[in-house]
Design a protein around this ligand. Structure first.
Ligand code: HEM
Ligand code: HEM
Length: 186
């Protein structure tokens, strides 16, 4: 695995990736559960507060992540990757980056314009940059709920691909993102 050790993502990017993975999957599962419950019921209402707070955290974490990504060098794909696999991996990563921004922004637009709660973990409320617009609220809701299906598919594919790389191909893909490389690179 030594060649992969020198071709890993920057340490900060790896930490942000795993923090994102945990927060994102929790937010996604809460969103999925809440989507099945009738509006205005408990625990949907309370869980949605947590969902929105996690979503806003992910938005700011993703801004930081993009800055780290732009300031550091991503490792080239392992040489065993063919053209098609390289393309598929890049497409999957691009879709994940788009989702990381599209989901919080559509959720925010929906809640801010629709006059719904925007409390951050029971503390302050986020400013409403769009307010009192049923059109924006409706568009945000449709986009958020429709994109949710894309999220399930793209995230499932991403995790399945990692398992496949780790257990079948054994090409060190997971090591590129693993938090502890132990060689202090970048
Ligand atoms: C990365 C961040 C986010 C992810 C992955 C995410 C994901 C989801 C998912 C999967 C659902 C279920 C959709 C359905 O079954 O209809 C959902 C619902 C919802 N989300 Fe998010 N969300 C995120 C951020 C946000 C933010 C920032 C807000 C608001 C500030 C928000 C507000 C809502 C609301 C109000 C619902 C309920 C919608 C309904 O029942 O029609 N979400 N979200
Ligand atoms: C258990 C869950 C997850 C696992 C095992 C996992 C694993 C990985 C691995 C191994 C890589 C490196 C791929 C490569 O070098 O070609 C990677 C990259 C990436 N992952 Fe995940 N991931 C998970 C969850 C997530 C989630 C929830 C998101 C976002 C919604 C995400 C977003 C990304 C992105 C955007 C990249 C590309 C990094 C870059 O080019 O900057 N991952 N992931």
């Amino acid at each position: 695995m030594s060649s992969e050790v020198t071709t890993a993502y920057a340490p900060l990017l790896r930490r942000i990736h795993w923090a994102t993975a945990v927060l994102f999957i929790v937010a996604m599962l809460i969103g999925f559960y809440c989507g099945l419950q009738p509006p205005g019921t408990s625990p949907r209402r309370e869980l949605l507060e947590v969902h929105k707070s996690l979503g806003m955290t992910l938005l700011f974490l993703s801004v930081l992540r993009l800055m780290v990504r732009a300031a550091t060098k991503a490792p080239p794909e392992p040489s065993s990757f063919g053209v098609l696999l390289r393309f598929a991996a890049r497409l999957n990563h691009l879709a994940l980056y788009l989702i990381l921004f599209a989901m919080p922004l559509t959720g925010y637009a929906f809640s801010a314009a629709g006059g719904y709660s925007l409390k951050y973990f029971w503390t302050f409320s986020w400013p409403r940059l769009v307010s009192g617009s049923p059109g924006i609220a409706h568009a945000g809701e449709i986009a958020h709920d429709t994109l949710a299906y894309v999220v399930y598919a793209v995230v499932a594919l991403h995790i399945a691909a990692t398992v496949w790389h780790a257990s079948v191909m054994r090409d060190g893909t997971l090591a590129r993102m693993w938090p502890h490389q132990g060689n202090g690179e970048r």
